[in-house]
Design a protein around this ligand. Sequence first.
Ligand code: SF4
Length: 732
Amino acid sequence: MDRRTFLQLSGMTAAVAALAGCKSANEKLIPYLIPPDEGITPGIANYYASTCRSCPAGCGILVRVSEGRAKKIEGNPLHPVSRGKLCARGQAALQELYHPDRVPQPLKRSGARGSGQFAKITWEEALTLLVGQLKDLQQSRATDHLAFMTPQLTGTMADLTTRFMRSYGSPNHVSYELLGPDWLRTANRKSFGQASLPYYDMSETRYLLSFGADFVESHLSPVQYGYAFGRMRQGRDTVRGHFTYIGGRMSLTAASADRWMPAKPGSEGVLALGMARLILSESLHDQVSLAANGLRREILLDRLKAYDLARVAEETGLAESAIAEVAREFATTRPSLAMAGEAVAFQSNGQESVRAIQLLNVLVGNLNRVGGVYPDNGSPEGTTTSLNDLFSLIRKMSAGSIQLAMIQGDPMHTVPQATKFQEALSKVPFIVSFSTLMDDTALHADLVLPDHAGLESWGDVMPLAGTRENVIGLMQPVVNPVFDTRQSAEVLMAAAHELGGMMKAAFPYETYLDMLKAGMKKRVTPAGAKDFETAWTELLQKGGLFTSGRAEAKGFRWQAGAGLPAPAKPDFAGDEKEFPLHLSVYPSTAFYDGRGAPFPWLQQLPDPMTNVVWDSWIEINPKTASELGVNFGDLVEVTSPQGSLHVPAVIYPGIRPDMVAMPLGQGHKDMGRYAKERGVNPLGLLAVDTKGKEIQPAWNATLVRVKKISEKGDLVTMGNPKGSFRSELIEI
Ligand code: SF4
């Protein structure tokens, strides 16, 4: 669709909004089964701009609606993050809206916890129950016995939860994301003194070095980076950027690289420091950048003297010549870019390894320049919740000092069991879930207050690190609610109004939409210069507020006294003799951390590297598989110090022989008919590194052993992947 057509179509949205008397753009939209009124012409589509919330990247979307039904989602061409593109997970958001197993109205537990027995209740009864629980805690002066768990929120919803918990008098708000980029914020704070996420100017770079950052599938803002990567490789007439990927498993991102360097898990930081030493010793560094960052070559060389090529080659398992070649190419091709990703960060030494990779950018002058790395302006100091906060909540729940837990998201599925979160939550007397589907957490809840689907909701989303612009993506309902659900924000505000006093005073709005608009009003009409309702309609037409505020950004600069990164020898849970293989868990292209599993389009989407559909699997190198007597599709038992799982094997040449890998996403107890009891949840195998002051998200630091169980793994694949691997490129 070209821009002009888009604007014409968006104009139709505005017309509908205007007809609705500036109340709600969807009030004139009527579900198909109800006879259409004069506002709907069968066969004519309207397009509504909104924001995808299927992952934290916050891409802009356009939803095609005809006869009151949402029919198709595409990227919003005006949105600075997605620029008209969208990933499969974003496309599948339609299936959240029309999922046949959505929780259709509030439910109250009627059987034993976890039994799945619930009774349908009305919203009035549900609110009375919730408010009753909140009042009980107030009356017994135990308001700090309330906990609220949410994903990492931005915008008005973040404001609402903060106000709610503060006015109520509870400090127990934990925002948890299994794959959240807290590790990157923490490393940036330590190196650069600011917790901004990085924005990599990939489209303009000429040499990209990714240390385990799978930006095509899941890292930070995959649609934006997929687009930028395309431009880096093919979008410029005379330049085709080079790409080297470092990491033990060939991901989809790694498969797009010119060179793959399968370094040993946990050795990436040492590799970066070895490259840094070589760059400095051969004077390939950028002297101006060193001086601007308060660093001196001689001092750096002295501190890095332990990282000679022989040691680095030994620790990484890579050839000395390859390491030296890549270091020289990286330093002599400008602009270049080094990225650190989850595969590196989720090791026991992750934070220092990430800092070592950042140092490479400093040495060759990649900070704050075209084709290099800038601080992300969009969400400069976003939410971070260290695992320490999660563990503190777990301790409180175990000790019986949490009486009421309200939960958005599915932590029963996404918190590794080694944390003992699941046991601790079961000790909480009253659990409220806001889930749209009966997920693992809702299954254990006492009260389920089903939220609207994303396409039925109002909201604002600050995208995660996908742009240097200041972007607030707006969400608007594109259809009337399909079921008797309510947006969780409305439920919380209604509860606050019911509680009265300070709680009511904290929310001087009638609806969540009023609160959202009040926030936007401050941003778009600072001096009341423009009629806000006109501005609001324009924002809804466009999909949000997109302003370039680049000049305000404080660039990255190595902080004085930050100290040089010093990654420790990696720690792995499990004795190497008993558990000889490194387990890597990675976000599935289709399901991310598991939130995409209920949608059949995504279950049916073949994994791009293995062709598996509708299942879980473990990837094993052919050499290892033959030693273990395992063939493609066999059922194997994977055992870690934490537990064991049965899963079919995929023989995969794109992985180191001392590693195995499993995708995240399956293994739900319920979550609707398409996800229920399908596959396994590899998080059950993980140990948790609780050594040291700061608990590290060392999700990739567990060792396992693999044993064949039977030849019947019942693996379902699209076609037969044997023979389709380019083994001549892989050679490990
Ligand atoms: S990258 Fe995330 S936000 Fe963007 S379309 Fe995909 S799921 Fe939605």
